[in-house]
Design a protein around this ligand. Structure first.
Ligand code: SF4
Ligand code: SF4
Length: 322
């Protein structure tokens, strides 16, 4: 019986995406991205041409390499996707088209003008997470692409209290930086992607982000400390990702409670407890890296898609090991 038929027989509303459909969708996006990249390059818009080329590369060939890699190489391949996806966000900023991050978003918003950072933030931080959760954090963040190369690994556990409020401070700082730039006479980049006069604000912002995220990771011995405690985008993603359809699900009948999944989770999600209960992992903190999936010796965890209660019969979706 197919997974879809099993889902229907069990009255579930989730569906395990068949790999051919996922690959067809990702390569369709790649084809569109590369076509647009070619058009933009020929029209002189190099920053966004490079960005779209990298986006297509990460969603097509790099994701295929991840999905077809043997289990021991899965996380290495995911870091390749993360690196190329992260560069697709960083490239336009470094090539003079302005920040694609929240500062760029706030700058355009406060200046009352259109621009790429508006669309990018609406898609990646607000609308996209409603469906795909925090996949961007695990697969396409320009800060995480560096953080995941650090010797610091997983932290000792989630810090509580005031730490939980720090991302909102990060969000306020991001908005304040945009207001400060406007007050200093800085103007947002042209919507056409034409290089701006000064790279200085972008270089300062990147340096501050990397100094804060790398410093926090090394100080706390936690690779993803910035994602948990300071990232301004996470202050929004925690909420927008809640209804996400893409989630890790568990088969409680296969789970032995060994805890290997919880021990590798970089975001301190208690995966084992959810697995024992047969739950789907709440997306507020989960970045869909699938480390837990690959660490589980019983194949009790998989990536699933749908608005669903716990599945009882699951099969690998994209990225699941064969
Ligand atoms: S729950 Fe699994 S997929 Fe989510 S962040 Fe933790 S290890 Fe990654
Ligand atoms: S690693 Fe697998 S078997 Fe072990 S607790 Fe997690 S889901 Fe259960």
């Amino acid at each position: 019986m197919s997974s879809r038929a099993q889902a229907m027989a069990g009255g579930r509303r989730d569906t395990i995406l068949p790999r051919p459909a996922v690959f067809a969708a990702t390569y369709a996006v790649t084809a569109v991205a590369w076509t647009l990249a070619g058009l933009l390059w020929s029209s002189g818009n190099r920053p966004f041409a490079v960005s779209l080329f990298a986006l297509g590369l990460s969603l097509g060939p790099c994701l295929t390499a991840y999905a077809t890699a043997p289990r021991p190489l899965k996380q290495l391949q995911r870091r390749v996707v993360l690196l190329v996806g992260g560069l697709s966000v960083l490239a336009p900023a470094l090539l003079g088209a302005g920040s694609m991050d929240l500062e760029g978003f706030f700058l355009l918003l406060f200046a009352g003008t259109a621009g790429a950072a508006l669309g990018h933030t609406l898609v990646t931080v607000i609308a996209g997470p409603l469906v795909f959760g925090r996949a961007l954090c695990g697969w396409g963040c320009w800060r995480a692409m560096v953080l995941e190369l650090l010797p610091a690994r997983r932290g000792p556990g989630r810090r509580r209290g005031a730490w939980a409020l720090l991302p909102y401070l990060g969000l306020a700082t991001s908005a304040g930086a945009a207001l400060g730039l406007l007050a200093l006479g800085h103007r947002p980049p042209a919507p056409t992607g034409a290089p701006t006069a000064s790279l200085l604000p972008v270089l300062v912002a990147c340096s501050v982000y990397y100094a804060a995220s790398i410093g926090l990771a090394l100080a706390l011995g936690d690779q993803r400390a910035f994602c948990k405690y300071l990232c301004p985008s996470s202050a929004i993603l925690r909420f927008t990702s809640r209804p996400a359809l893409l989630r890790i699900a568990a088969r409680p009948d296969a789970c032995t409670g060994c805890g290997a999944c919880s021990r590798v989770c970089p975001m301190d999600v208690d995966v084992a407890a959810l697995a024992a209960a047969g739950g789907r992992i709440g997306p507020g903190e989960c970045v869909l890296c699938q480390r837990c999936v690959h660490a589980c010796p019983k194949d009790a965890l998989q990536l699933t898609f749908g608005a669903a209660p716990p599945p009882h019969a699951i099969r690998p979706a994209l990225g699941g090991h064969p």
